[in-house]
Ligand binder design. Structure first.
Ligand SMILES: [Zn+2]
Length: 408
């Protein structure tokens, strides 16, 4: 719903608020984030991709802890008519030792968060309109720093055809057949929508039968050089099968920018993922596959599927992203800028932010840069760094034009 804002009345209200006694707030900062961001807004904002506006507050004159909610006005320019957006959460203003800006950025529960599900391209002004206690009493908002201008740019879409690989298990009689549970498709699609630098994900999914010789066990004796010939053979069978399917789709007129990803259920064992290439120039015909299933108790990812970030990693290979060499992987990319494979460092000071997904019961979450690693590493707690986000974006832009379907 859109309301017309009246600048004169706003000024009068602000003046009245400033003179009144009682609790008030000062804005420490406003951050607009879609996956990874710093306070300087060095990470590009993408039109059409769900964004969170995070407002960091410092309370004044709060005598006992006070639970509040807020409202922002979002407009194309300062003072222009705008849309009012209520906060998605409530926060507690602490009477003493209210968390500082750095702590607030690291915890989604400490900032007022406003969801913009489909931000338009162009400039945007965000202004904190009001903060009120749950009983309805309004707190004065100091005018300094309560407004922030940002800009959203158009970006390509991500086109994925996700193929669930249905395979038999001849070790049992009668041989059962296994295919990914639907939730793994849903989690992968959601994760790509949340973590990739795209306006949306154009998604197609299907379950296909594996070739008859693609059967468990998926791994065998490992050679002294770490090589597993059994897995390698099965990987080749699967990549070739998917290449054949992709070619048939292309011959039938599918968009040549579509990336193909195969999901292998771990019902009969863990099938290690891999892409058939890490192309240094655009090559959307690169194929990747990976495992899916539900992680065991105690694993860092307990949301019901590990196929999501695993798939984001494998698909990123098909967009030319290499291993930066952390947590047990070889280093194929020595340009990765952050120690320990982290999503950021103190100099850049990006914090990860996940807008969540109500359909999968995933809440909004902030990911501290000291505790979360880039999903191109093998480390625990996987999210995206600005480095990988920008690299994916550049490749997506290149593919968008180089492989655009020829019309006519
Ligand atoms: Zn990899």
């Amino acid at each position: 719903m859109v309301f017309i804002d009246l600048p004169r009345r706003r000024r009068r209200a602000a003046a009245a608020g400033a003179g009144a006694a009682g609790p008030s707030v000062r804005v420490l900062g406003i951050e607009v984030t879609q996956a990874i961001q710093n306070m300087a807004h060095d990470v590009r904002l993408i039109a059409g991709k769900a964004a969170a506006v995070r407002v960091y507050l410092a309370p004044r004159g709060v005598s006992s802890n006070l639970r509040v909610r807020g409202e922002i006005v979002v407009s194309a320019a300062p003072g222009a008519p705008g849309a009012y957006v209520p906060s998605a959460n409530e926060i507690v203003l602490r009477a003493s030792k209210h968390p500082a800006l750095g702590a607030q950025r690291r915890d989604a529960a400490l900032s007022l968060n406003f969801l913009l599900p489909d931000p338009p391209a162009g400039p945007m002004t965000v202004r904190l309109k009001r903060v009120s206690g749950l009983a309805g009493a309004e707190l004065a908002v100091a005018p300094d720093g309560n407004e922030r201008q940002v800009g959203f740019a158009s970006a390509p879409v991500l086109r994925v055809r996700a193929l669930g690989i249905r395979y038999g298990d001849p070790r049992q009689n009668p041989p059962p057949h296994h295919a990914p549970d639907p939730t793994h498709f849903a989690h992968l699609r959601s994760f790509l929508t949340r973590a990739y630098p795209v306006s949306r994900v154009e998604w197609n999914q299907a379950v296909i039968d594996a070739p008859a010789n693609f059967v468990p066990p998926f791994s065998g004796p490992t050679l002294p050089n770490g090589f597993d010939p059994l897995w390698w053979t099965l990987l080749g069978i699967l990549h070739q099968h998917m290449l054949t399917i992709r070619q048939a789709d292309m011959d039938a007129g599918w968009d040549p920018r579509t990336h193909y990803y195969g999901l292998v259920s771990d019902h009969a064992g863990f099938f290690r993922g891999a892409a058939n290439d890490v192309p240094t120039a655009s090559a959307p015909n690169t194929i990747a596959v990976g495992p899916c299933g539900r992680a065991g108790a105690g694993f860092w990812d307990d949301d019901g599927s590990y196929g999501d970030w695993y798939g984001a990693h494998e698909l990123a290979h098909t967009f030319g992203r290499f291993h930066p060499g952390f947590c047990g992987q070889g280093n194929d990319d020595d340009r990765f800028p952050h120690a320990k494979g982290h999503i950021s460092d103190a100099g850049q000071d990006c914090i990860g932010f996940d807008v969540g997904d109500p359909a999968l019961d995933l809440p909004m979450r902030a990911y501290p840069r000291e505790a979360w690693a880039d999903f191109m590493t093998y480390c625990d707690r996987q999210w995206v760094s600005k480095y990988t986000y920008d690299g994916l974006y550049d490749r997506l832009v290149a593919e968008e034009t180089q492989f655009a379907p020829r019309i006519g």
